[in-house]
Design a protein around this ligand. Structure first.
Ligand SMILES: [Zn+2]
Ligand SMILES: [Zn+2]
Length: 338
């Protein structure tokens, strides 16, 4: 099978690897769509990577034990390799599992962790059925396209009476826009990238503010009658954006942090206690919401068609990385069998 690896800075190779064999609760999935996420940083920085990608949709081709899935099933491949046995896994919050397993230890091989590949391994309980009318590309949005912010909008309880600030309008932030608009909310964006700001407007964002604009916070307040937004979904990981979420959200409002980041200085009294502000860390979504996730994807096909700006065959992964580095794209997909 063909797999994409990074050997050195800005050097992509397509290598031939053995097709993985399933064991235990693992199944082998023929990858039809592999959405690209943050892997391009590895290409940019030259981080040697023999295993790329954590998002996929495809077709089950082999199982070790009959049961949850069988060959021919069309499925979304959820990220991570959680244990399936701990309290968090059993509650559907598998993404926070502290006991991840190594599929190579379970299955005995040395391939199948990557999704930038023609086949991948996944536990059968993390393979979600794709409705007949849905394409692989659409269904794959359950991973980081719409999935990364789906738990956040659920937790925040965003609805039609809310005005939401979405900061960072990369593929995750644009997905957050779709999730918020889908729930009827009014959305204001914050981003530097003008190309993506334009795409966000096409997805129904009312205005996109520029974080480099000194009057950004007062503009946000002016757009919300001086009050601030009801909720904010932070998707950039940048401190300036994070603070604008905290300072631009109304009293008793809530902020969900979706973008990965390091330190942030928050004034506990002035920013949190006096404002009655609630902060959440949100990583993906609870498995019990799978039917709702699929319904949201089905109901937003035209927005998803705008979010997915480019698709590439596996052989052109390098071109795709370069496109992502330039930032003039939404969600980018690889097709390993194209
Ligand atoms: Zn677990
Ligand atoms: Zn991802």
């Amino acid at each position: 099978m063909k797999t994409v690896i990074i050997k050195a800075q800005r050097r992509v190779e397509i290598v031939d690897e053995d097709v993985p064999k399933p064991k235990g609760d693992f199944a082998v999935v023929k990858v039809r769509t592999a959405p690209m996420c943050t892997e391009f940083y590895r290409y940019r920085d030259g981080t040697e990577s023999l295993c790329l990608g954590h998002e996929a949709a495809g077709e089950v081709v082999e199982v070790a034990r009959p049961g949850r899935v069988r060959a021919g099933d069309r499925v979304v491949v959820m990220p991570q390799f959680p244990c399936g046995a701990c309290e968090l896994c059993r509650q559907g919050d598998y993404i926070h599992c502290e006991h991840v397993v190594d599929p190579y230890k379970v299955c005995g091989g040395t391939t199948g962790k990557a999704t930038y590949s023609q086949y991948t391994l996944k536990q059968d309980w993390l393979l979600l059925p794709i409705p007949d009318a849905m394409t692989y590309d659409q269904a794959s949005m359950a991973c980081c396209g719409l999935g990364a912010s789906f738990g956040a909008v659920r937790t925040l309880g965003i609805g039609a009476s809310d005005t939401v600030l979405v900061t960072g309008l990369g593929p995750v932030g644009l997905g957050a826009v779709i999730n918020c608009r889908s729930r009827g909310a009014r959305v204001i964006g914050l981003a530097r990238n003008r190309w993506r700001a334009k795409l966000a407007m096409e997805l129904g964002v009312e205005a996109v503010l520029d974080p480099d604009d000194e009057g950004c916070l007062s503009r946000l307040k002016a757009l919300t009658g001086g009050r601030g937004v009801d909720q904010a979904v932070e998707c950039s990981g940048g401190a300036r954006y994070q603070l604008l979420c905290i300072h631009g959200t109304r009293r008793k409002g809530a902020v969900a942090f979706v973008g990965e980041s390091k330190e942030l200085t928050v004034r506990v009294s002035d920013d949190l206690i006096r404002n009655g502000l609630t902060l959440y860390g949100s990583w993906h979504w609870n498995l019990k919401d799978a039917p709702l996730m699929m319904e949201t994807i089905a109901a937003n096909a035209s927005a998803i068609a705008k979010l997915v700006t480019h698709t590439f065959p596996l052989a052109d992964a390098e071109e795709a990385f370069k496109l992502q580095m330039g930032g003039e794209c939404g969600k980018v997909l690889l097709h390993p069998w194209a």
